[in-house]
Design a protein. Structure first.
Length: 75
């Protein structure tokens, strides 16, 4: 099955969106059905991971073709 690429915007950096996004991407099931790519500022993703006390790698990309799309890594 070719998993679809899903773009996920972070929303307002001062809101709860970034935390919701990183918590959702901590779920392995998300990666089994899709190839998620986060759209937004990388420092906001890193801050959300810190706030949520999650340890995940952040893979910076300019194009969806560069994504790793692996559980434990946020593209």
């Amino acid at each position: 099955m070719n998993r679809p690429i899903i773009g996920i915007p972070l929303g307002d950096p001062a809101g709860v969106g970034p935390e919701i996004v990183v918590k959702a991407l901590a779920s392995k099931e998300i990666y089994e059905i899709s190839r998620p790519v986060v759209i937004g500022d990388s420092s906001t993703v890193l801050r959300a991971l810190e706030i949520c006390e999650l340890e995940m790698d952040v893979h910076f990309i300019d194009d969806p073709d560069q994504g790793l799309y692996e559980h434990g890594t946020i593209d």
